[in-house]
Design a protein around this ligand. Structure first.
Ligand SMILES: [Zn+2]
Length: 414
């Protein structure tokens, strides 16, 4: 590492999943559009071995310096001694931007303890890390916070009892499920649905989807109705063998977030993104257990083992209006934190890093300037990312009205 330089431009990695869009990420990040449009679902920025960021213009570090290798070679230099020790010499967070055009899988993430046990078990079975039937890619939990960049819809935890009851009453095809929720036993209820023989799933959902299609054609459904999303999933498809994940669209909370609003998904909380663009920050993990609405591997037993069968009252975080210069989004864990920075032209903000920070210039243009070395600065345009080393004092100066997002590890409280 060159001691005098504390900030570097970095580039992330596009991930091409079939639920992604074709234009949002390339336009936002000012990337060359592909010759043949392909699905760009996620953009990862961080040090996950499956897609580590590359340092740009970093001749001093080697032409193809990637963040995973750099941290591995010098964890204390890139993270600081405290974070390196606490998080096992890895950057504890991963920053993502998502473009959700089609529904993502019904999913849940494990606790750290569950991930450690299950990762070890799969290792002991001799399963290679890239084996297709491998479920645990690492030994970490994956709590995640999402901040909407557009109108955003998602499924987020089981509905509270009264709302779930109302749903079961409202749709006649669910009436015979009422007795299974009579004691408000979420576990028994969800296990019953997820364990139903396929013909019974079809008997519930085919007539329901047929009715929902008629309502959609008649214009009586909106994005606040589960039927909007169940019919979207089956748009242009025959109703033959219905994915049981469709039940979750009705029994989970359907949440709308407007741009700037955020919601946190903890371990054990079942969820699925439906549509929109967002920023996600999460623990550095790829442990996802899936239960439907996907072509990826589904393991219902494993999903059920890791779900917390409790009702959820969605808690969205709404930034104050008008927005202050800095919004610190609250997260109930110590692996990561994220702030939104609003700066009008020529205004500046001083910062002092604790561990490695990742800064994304979302709109406008900024210059980052070290307080200790005039040669140490970076110009950051909209769509560009920088990383700043630990224990650095610097200023962000807006060259045009700017919005930035900053990901970091929070300082310990004591
Ligand atoms: Zn998730």
């Amino acid at each position: 590492m060159v001691a005098s330089k504390t900030m570097f431009k970095i580039a992330g990695v596009l991930q091409h999943y079939d639920w992604g869009g074709t234009t949002f990420l390339t336009q936002l990040l000012q990337l060359q559009p592909e010759q043949i449009p392909i699905k760009n679902a996620e953009y990862w920025v961080g040090a996950h071995p499956k897609g580590p960021s590359i340092l740009l213009n970093s001749n001093c570090l080697g032409a193809e310096a990637n963040l995973y290798e750099l941290i591995k070679a010098n964890p204390q230099g890139y993270l600081n001694a405290y974070v390196a020790k606490k998080f096992n010499n890895t950057l504890p967070y991963l920053f993502k931007i998502l473009d959700v055009q089609q529904t993502l899988s019904i999913q849940v993430h494990p606790t750290k303890e569950q991930a450690q046990v299950c990762f070890m078990r799969e290792n002991n079975l001799g399963m290679p890390l890239d084996a297709p039937d491998r479920q645990f890619k690492d030994n970490n939990h994956k709590p995640e916070l999402m901040i909407a960049l557009s109108d955003f819809w998602l499924l987020h935890g089981f509905k509270p009892p009264r709302e779930l009851m109302a749903t079961l009453h409202y749709y006649q095809h669910f009436h015979n499920l009422l007795c299974h929720f009579a004691h408000e036993d979420y576990e028994a209820f969800y296990r019953y649905i997820m364990g139903m023989p396929q013909p019974m799933v079809n008997a519930h959902l085919i007539p329901l989807l047929q009715e929902e299609r008629v309502k959609k054609q008649n214009g009586t459904l909106t994005k606040n109705d589960p039927g909007w999303w169940s019919t979207k999933f089956y748009e242009g498809k025959e109703l033959i063998s219905i994915d049981r994940g469709i039940f979750s669209i009705y029994f989970f909370n359907l949440v709308y977030a407007q741009p700037g609003e955020a919601i946190f998904q903890k371990a054990g909380l079942p969820h699925a993104y439906l549509e929109g663009q967002n920023i996600e920050i999460m623990a550095n993990s790829d442990n996802v257990l899936r239960g439907g609405l996907t072509s990826k591997k589904i393991d219902i037993d494993l999903l059920l083992q890791h779900i917390a069968f409790v009702p959820t009252n969605p808690q969205k975080y709404r930034p104050p209006k008008p927005e202050p210069d800095v919004i610190n989004y609250p997260v109930p864990i110590d692996d990561f934190a994220i702030s939104k920075i609003n700066l009008s032209t020529q205004k500046s903000l001083s910062a002092c890093t604790f561990s490695l920070e990742i800064l994304f210039c979302y709109q406008g243009a900024t210059t980052l300037m070290s307080d200790n070395n005039k040669q140490d600065y970076l110009s950051l345009q909209a769509g560009e990312f920088a990383m700043i080393l630990p224990n650095s004092n610097y200023h962000i100066v807006a060259q045009q009205d700017a919005i930035c997002f900053k990901a970091y590890v929070p300082r310990p409280i004591n």
